[in-house]
Structure formats: structure tokens, C-alpha cells
Design a protein around this ligand. Structure first.
Ligand SMILES: [Zn+2]
Length: 480
């Protein structure tokens, strides 16, 4: 977008907390359970029920809020947010509105290589709705079902300030929040399982006159960061066009159609008063003990930013490597165990970021499924360091270890990958290559040094990459 306009994006993220039981009853929250097997009168919204607050959910909420630098409020209350929908049997959601669990935080994101703070307005607790399951496409579906297993699962809602100025900043924000929550262990944030859901608010204004702005629209139910980016890109364009042509946009809630790549109006944007919020009479205020909060703060794990800095200081990694490694907690953990087994941090980083990530991606595997243990990796590097195999062959060995979980020395033996370090053997191959390629040999002797690369390549080809490169160089130097 040209410098004439400025995009204003705010994000609300709902995250299911990884507690064993629900927010107000003791039903389990197992994701894979059969439909409607984890329910009770409380989460089915029967008349006369009494909710009982899950202390673990409060602890996780506080933990998440502290990790995002929020102030934990001394006194917060639950309120009923009233609306009707088939997935909400009570007729209201129990949420926090006027007095949330926490407020005034921030997270630091990467914006074009710089660090930028995005304000976190609040992190509050609420219960999840049940899940509607439609047969076929939602607008043509003749039958809908409701699975109440999800009804009452604890959520935190993380509301950002409208501080993001581009789709890339929004992406970085969502990924940073996800990573922070994964580090704290309060949620797996598995977006495919709906454990993290994104909503974005967008408006566009004139850069020189912020008062000239479109009314914001809100896009609901974005189930992946990629969809969120596509949806917001579409909206930014729609808003920019409206601003250019002086057209007024309605303040509204929109849905993103993944197949068509467009957003469409769902309903006019509801205001808070539409929900008739009032304090939940069956729950007492949440007044967490200061000592308890401090204990949770003390026990916070090292968070991604701190870990990135430590990787740069302790392992002397470039910022690029450190950033990539810490973005995924499990990847960073794996990296550190490899460094414990083989203490050359930059070499380990190269293997993990170049070879391993590509192999995992091709195999559609996660890092916790990786068959190469840190010990196996160290075993392979020992073979490289003592000259048993070349660096090039190591890539073949690594891939074989990845596929079979075998030790490097076993792979080398089985595949006959031992490096050729016998000078006489290499010399014979060098002579043969020179005899077969008189042109390049003459080129080299005429001063075209680049011809050497071709000749070395031919030796490597003839030995399937097993010739010791230093020896090949040395022998060519002698013979040419
Ligand atoms: Zn229940």
C-alpha cells in the first residue's frame, strides 16, 4: 500500500487452556473423546446448576498474562454475556468484561528486523461454547449437530491494542503469542484442533489525517495464521478502495470464505450493550493472593525472547539462527540436547535448520517424531571429524538415520560409504579423469582456474562422493 494510507489492525486470540477438566465443572477436556461423552448438567446448561471455578485454569490464565507482561488485577469478576446460539445451552457465556483477570501488557514482535512492542489490552478467562457440526457446507446444510464436549472448556481471550500496521506485523504477533503460550505450557495452541482461534479488526486511515478512517470490520473464526493473513489482506484492499472512493463501510462482523478467498458480511457489529452483561451471581470475585502470583512469576520458564538472546550469547549464534530455533520450543529443546552431545553450536544449528527442517517438512513430521537422537547425531559428527566420511556423504547418512533410526556407523557400513583416503587409489582415479577430459585439463593449464572445479566434480562422481576432498585437491595440484 502506498504511504498515503495506514492500516490499523488489532487482534483477539482465543486459546483453550490445557487443564485436565473444564472451567466450571469436573468434566474432562480430552480432545479425542467420543462426542457428548464429557458432559454434565453444569456444562449442558441445565437450570439450577452451580458453577465452581477451576483453580488450575486461573493459575494458567495468570501464567499466560504474566508471560505477556500484564498486570494481574487484585479483583476481577465473571459476568454473563447473553446471547442465543445452539452451541450455548445456558443462553449466556461466562466471561469477564468490566473487571478482567489482567490488563496492560505487551509482547515484542519482529517488524522488518526491528523489535516492536504490541500492547496487550487484557487477558481474561471465559468458557468455550460447544461445537456445532454441520452436514455439508454450512449455508446448504440440512442437519446440524452439537457436540457438548467442548462446552465449558477454559479459554483465555487475549485482546491486543490496535498497534499493528501491516499483515506481516499481525503474522509476527500471532506467532509470537503462540510461541509464548507454548513455552509457558498453558496450551499446545494446536490450531488444527481449534485450540487457538484468531479474530482481527481492520480499518484503514489516511496517514496524514488519522481522523479520516474507515469504520473497522471484524473477521471471525480464523483457524490458521495463513488464513488470517489472507483475510486481512483482502479487507485492507476493500477498506483502501472505500477510503479512496469516499464510500462508507458498515461497522460489521465478517467471515472469511477460505475457498473463494473473500470475506463476507455476517452481521452488523454488535456493541457490548447488546450482550446485556451483568455479574455472574453464582461466582465469587477472583482475588488471587499476591504471594501466589509471585510464585507463578518466579516459576515462569525462560521465554522465547530471553532464550533467543541466550542462544546468541552462549552459543554465539547469528540472530537469524537463534530466532528460527527458538520460535518452536520443541525445536529449541532438541537443538540444545544436540549441543550437549556435540559441542559445536553453529555446526549443530546448520544441521538442524538446513537438513533436519527440510526432512521433517517433506515427511510431514513434527520434531518430537524425529528418529535422530542427539547421540546418533553426535556419532555421525565423530565420523565426519575423524575423516571416516566426508561432509557430503554425511548428508546421505543423516537422511538414512532420519528414515531408519540407525546409528551412523551402521549406515556407513551397510551402504559402503567409507571415505576413500588411500592416496594411490585416488591418484588412479584422478589420472583416469584427466585422460578422459583433455579439454578442461588444457583449459586449466591455460590459466582457466575454474576448470579445476569441473575435474574435482568428475572424481567425486566416479567415487560417488566418497573421495577425501583435501586429497583430491592435493593430487590434482601435483598432477596439473
Ligand atoms: Zn461438565
Amino acid at each position: 500500500m502506498s504511504g498515503k494510507y495506514e492500516t490499523v489492525i488489532g487482534v483477539e486470540i482465543h486459546v483453550e487452556l490445557g487443564t485436565k477438566t473444564k472451567l466450571f465443572c469436573s468434566c474432562r477436556t480430552d480432545f479425542d473423546a467420543d462426542v457428548n461423552t464429557q458432559t454434565c448438567p453444569v456444562c449442558l446448561g441445565m437450570p439450577g446448576i452451580l458453577p465452581v471455578l477451576n483453580a488450575k485454569a486461573v493459575e494458567y490464565g495468570i501464567k499466560a498474562a504474566l508471560a505477556m507482561n500484564c498486570r494481574i488485577c487484585e479483583h476481577s469478576i465473571f459476568e454473563r454475556k447473553n446471547y442465543f446460539y445452539p452451541d450455548l445451552p445456558k443462553g449466556y457465556q461466562i466471561s469477564q468484561y468490566r473487571q478482567p483477570l489482567s490488563e496492560n501488557g505487551y509482547v515484542e514482535i519482529n517488524s522488518n528486523g526491528d523489535r516492536k512492542r504490541i500492547g496487550v489490552t487484557r487477558v481474561h478467562l471465559e468458557d468455550d461454547a460447544a461445537k456445532n457440526i454441520h452436514t455439508g457446507e454450512i449455508d446448504e446444510s440440512l442437519t446440524s449437530y452439537v457436540d457438548f464436549n467442548r462446552s465449558g472448556v477454559p479459554l483465555i481471550e487475549i485482546v491486543s491494542e490496535p498497534d499493528m500496521r501491516s499483515v506481516e506485523e499481525m503474522k509476527s504477533y500471532c506467532e509470537t503469542v503462540k510461541s509464548i503460550l507454548e513455552y509457558t505450557g498453558v496450551s499446545d495452541c494446536d490450531m488444527e484442533k481449534g485450540q487457538m482461534r484468531i479474530e482481527a479488526n481492520i480499518s484503514v486511515r489516511r496517514a496524514d489525517d488519522p481522523e479520516t478512517t474507515t469504520d473497522r470490520s471484524e473477521i471471525k473464526n480464523l483457524n490458521s495464521v495463513r488464513y488470517a493473513m489472507r483475510a486481512v489482506e483482502y479487507e485492507v484492499e476493500r477498506h483502501t478502495k472505500a477510503l479512496e472512493s469516499g464510500k462508507t463501510l458498515l461497522m460489521e462482523t465478517r467471515l472469511f470464505d477460505v475457498n473463494k478467498g473473500v470475506t463476507r458480511a455476517m452481521r452488523s457489529k454488535e456493541e457490548a450493550h447488546d450482550y446485556r452483561y451483568f455479574p455472574e451471581p453464582d461466582l465469587v470475585p477472583v482475588e488471587p493472593d499476591r504471594d501466589w502470583i509471585e510464585e507463578i512469576r518466579r516459576n515462569l520458564p525462560e521465554l522465547p525472547n530471553a532464550r533467543r538472546q541466550r542462544f546468541m550469547d552462549e552459543y554465539e549464534l547469528p540472530e537469524h539462527d537463534a530466532t528460527l530455533l527458538v520460535s518452536d520450543k520443541k525445536l529449541a529443546d532438541y537443538y540444545e540436547s544436540c549441543v550437549k552431545s556435540y559441542s559445536n553450536p553453529k555446526t549443530v544449528s546448520n544441521w538442524v535448520l538446513n537438513e533436519l527442517l527440510a526432512l521433517l517438512s517433506n515427511a510431514r513430521q513434527n520434531i518430537d517424531e524425529c528418529k535422530i537422537t542427539p547421540e546418533h547425531f553426535a556419532g555421525m559428527m565423530k565420523l565426519v571429524d575423524d575423516g571416516t566420511i566426508s561432509g557430503k556423504i554425511a548428508k546421505t547418512v543423516y537422511e538414512e538415520m532420519f528414515n531408519t533410526a540407525k546409528m551412523a556407523d551402521v549406515v556407513v557400513k551397510e551402504k559402503g560409504l567409507l571415505q576413500i583416503t588411500d592416496e594411490a587409489e585416488i591418484a588412479a582415479i584422478v589420472e583416469q579423469v584427466m585422460a578422459e577430459n583433455p579439454g578442461p585439463v588444457q583449459d586449466y593449464r591455460d590459466g582457466k582456474k575454474k576448470a579445476m572445479g569441473f575435474l574435482i566434480g568428475q572424481v567425486m562422481k566416479a567415487t560417488k562422493g566418497k573421495a577425501n576432498p583435501q586429497l583430491v585437491n592435493k593430487i590434482f595440484g601435483e598432477k596439473l
